[in-house]
Design a protein around this ligand. Structure first.
Ligand code: 0O2
Length: 203
């Protein structure tokens, strides 16, 4: 496919990522301005590179002209939370927005992947105003804790380094670390709840 054609395809996805970053970051600011705790700690986003779109399409047997129709994560937003309970709050916040429509949800928080990966995924449809009119595209939103993100970043690095076929001892060690991450998240959540309760009792 010609470069100009790729540019035309990816433009709306770039716009969607830019807009959603502004919107979610503004929301975080609104929480801060009101002196409230924000369930979102940090937001980042990206548009998949052409080479990784083609790689994924090949892996999933998707024809090039069906990529837009069948690939859900050309545009991706990642929302990082402090605590596990924040994840559901953020998912709810997204479900209640009028500027996007939830298409599917995947709960890898309660249903951890065999790799040890934990995250909450939502595919939303989102309209953008482009040169050639309104275009509604799909965006993948990944919601996870700081600790889950730390783990996923390292595992992703390993996955790419060894093209999905990492040494057994590293894969095993990563699974072990995923268990520690889950335990850490749970204990930090309990600690936070205890701190909140103690604060309320003092009041
Ligand atoms: P990248 O480079 O991050 O974009 P499916 O819906 O099952 O047919 P798909 O689209 O792979 O197939 O869905 P899934 O499993 O929800 O994964 C979507 C994205 O979640 C992945 O995109 C990763 O970003 C992340 N992810 C899923 N599983 C893992 C995992 O085991 N480890 C890590 N680190 N990330 C994971 P890409 O395109 O695979 O990668």
């Amino acid at each position: 496919m010609e470069i100009q054609l790729w540019k035309d395809i990816l433009n709306p996805y770039e716009l969607a990522v830019e807009e959603l970053l502004v919107k979610f970051n503004h929301l975080i600011k609104e929480y801060q301005d009101r002196g409230m705790y924000s369930p979102m700690e940090q937001v980042c986003g990206r548009v998949k590179s052409i080479s990784s779109i083609l790689d994924k399409a090949q892996k999933k047997n998707i024809e090039v002209d069906k990529i837009e129709e069948q690939l859900d994560d050309i545009a991706g937003i990642r929302i990082i939370c402090q605590f596990v309970e924040d994840i559901e709050k953020v998912a709810d916040l997204i479900r209640n927005r009028s500027d996007m429509q939830v298409v599917t949800e995947k709960d890898y928080i309660n249903h951890m992947k065999s790799s040890g990966y934990r995250s909450y995924h939502m595919i939303v449809s989102y309209p953008v105003e482009t040169f050639s009119g309104t275009k509604t595209i799909r965006v993948e939103i990944q919601i996870r804790t700081v600790a889950q993100d730390f783990w996923a970043t390292l595992e992703h690095k390993m996955h790419y380094k060894f093209e999905g076929d990492g040494p057994d001892y590293i894969t095993k060690e990563l699974r072990e670390c995923a268990r520690y991450v889950a335990e850490l998240d749970e204990r930090m959540q309990e600690l936070n709840n205890a701190i909140q309760k103690y604060g309320k009792n003092l009041e």
